[in-house]
Design a protein around this ligand. Structure first.
Ligand code: SF4
Length: 436
């Protein structure tokens, strides 16, 4: 059963009398267990829907749905499938205590992998899940592989019962499912021979594995489970070279790089990041693969179209790892707009100095970096630091932080999103996501 949270006006559902709180129980005789069932079972044009209204009345709707017209209901969020592993490098195990409860949920849910691109290990899949993935053709899936040799994967996931991921992926690939794979590399555990074997196994899937990302293990000062070695510059360089060696082969045989080092891996290695063309259609940009190239491309191609901002002094808050890359970008925008930029690199006060990613800065960091500043007229902060509800990871609200500062602040993904309409700097809400 799924429950309706919202009915869109003038929709089929509104016409039927479905209201928030209505339970949708079956479609054409099949149980509706979650949002996937609802999505796929209502793809037919002729529907018999069994439902229970909030007042307890059972109703049966006979629907002839005009082709392409949505039913018009939003559903309550699904119960998330929890993770059965306990990886030493788990980011959630590296969170400090006292944050909001939802941040501690270790999800491992193939449904969210398909719907939102969340990575899942597949280690909690049951036969019924395989059947659903194949029946509904949930493809591509985003899979945290980490290692294909079974024993190595058991150690990495800290779970002696973890299934053989190669066999799991084979079963799905034989049914037409494709994957984007991720390898979080932990020095001493899944580098060297384990990494080579893993890449060879993934390569052997042919077109079923669309892309593979190599991501360095990321730890905070609270990663209490971790017993492995730290990721240092020589190791990061070795991994970049491994990725590029495989990419040469992939380019030759498949016409695209196929395996990509994450941006963070390149930054740790002190290596120049590839240009945007290297990343094809940016298959893993949400995983931090190609984000820098995309940002550079955006600034290079759009700076000239920005309005004249002569005299405006803009503070740019960023994390320590991105700071060295910023001057080149800000100079281009400055040359095109006449604005002056003040780069403000900030250390992460919540996770500690080893966490250098801009998107993990918290409200307190922003407040500390910008309060009392008289050398800027406005400031841009990384948009990734704020969730859809306007909250930073430390529970501070964007509105609260903004109100406490004497300069206007606006979240930005790539500078262009805000500066093309500088009035945005003075708005209370953050419209940049929609404007991208
Ligand atoms: S699979 Fe590992 S990293 Fe992911 S949530 Fe579970 S324990 Fe954490």
């Amino acid at each position: 059963m799924v429950r309706v949270s919202r009915v869109q006006p003038d929709s089929i559902a509104a016409e039927l009398g479905i209201e928030p709180g209505t339970e949708l129980r079956t479609v054409n005789g099949r149980d509706v267990v979650d949002f996937l069932d609802w999505e796929f079972l209502t793809a037919d044009d002729e529907l018999v829907i069994e439902a229970r209204l909030p007042n307890g009345e059972d109703v049966i709707y006979d629907v002839e749905r005009p082709e392409g017209e949505a039913m018009g209901v939003d559903l309550e969020p699904p119960t998330i499938r929890r993770c059965a592993n306990r990886c030493e490098f788990c980011f959630i195990e590296g969170l400090p205590k006292g944050l909001r409860k939802s941040l501690y949920i270790r999800d491992d849910d193939y449904r969210l992998s398909f719907a939102y691109g969340n990575f899942a290990t597949l280690s909690n899949l049951k036969d019924r899940d395989f059947e659903r993935i194949l029946e509904y053709r949930l493809s591509p899936l985003y899979v945290s592989v980490h290692a294909t040799p079974w024993e190595a994967r058991k150690v990495l996931l800290n779970n002696p019962k973890v299934p053989d991921v190669v066999a799991q992926m084979r079963r799905l690939a034989d049914g037409g499912i494709q994957f984007h794979a991720q390898m979080v590399v932990v020095p001493g555990l899944n580098d060297g021979a384990v990494l080579e074997q893993s890449l060879a196994d993934l390569w052997a899937f042919g077109d079923a594995v669309i892309s593979t990302a190599m991501v360095p293990v990321g730890l905070t000062q609270f990663s209490h489970l971790y017993t492995g070695k730290t990721m240092d510059k020589p190791k990061a360089l070795e991994l970049v070279e491994t990725a590029e060696r495989w990419a040469v082969r992939a380019h030759r045989e498949r016409g695209h790089a196929w395996v990509y080092g994450s941006d963070e891996l390149y930054l740790l290695a002190g290596r120049d990041l590839p240009d945007i063309g290297y990343y094809g259609d940016l298959p893993q940009i949400e995983n931090g693969v190609g984000s820098v190239a995309s940002l550079r491309h955006r600034v290079r191609t759009e700076a000239a179209s920005l309005p004249w901002l002569g005299g405006l002094r803009v503070g740019v808050v960023t994390g320590m790892s991105m700071a060295p890359l910023m001057p080149e970008l800000l100079e281009q925008i400055s040359a095109a707009t006449g604005a002056q930029f003040v780069l403000i690199p900030v250390e992460n006060s919540l996770f500690g100095p080893t966490t250098t990613t801009a998107g993990l800065l918290v409200g307190a960091d922003i407040r500390r970096a910008l309060s009392g500043r008289t050398d800027i007229d406005a400031a841009l902060i990384p948009a990734e630091t704020i969730n859809d509800a306007g909250l930073f990871l430390d529970e501070e609200t964007f509105a609260g932080v903004r109100a406490s500062l004497s300069v206007p602040v606006q979240p930005s993904y790539d500078f262009v999103d805000v500066l093309r309409d500088p009035e945005q700097l003075h708005r209370d809400v953050a419209p940049v996501a929609a404007a991208r």
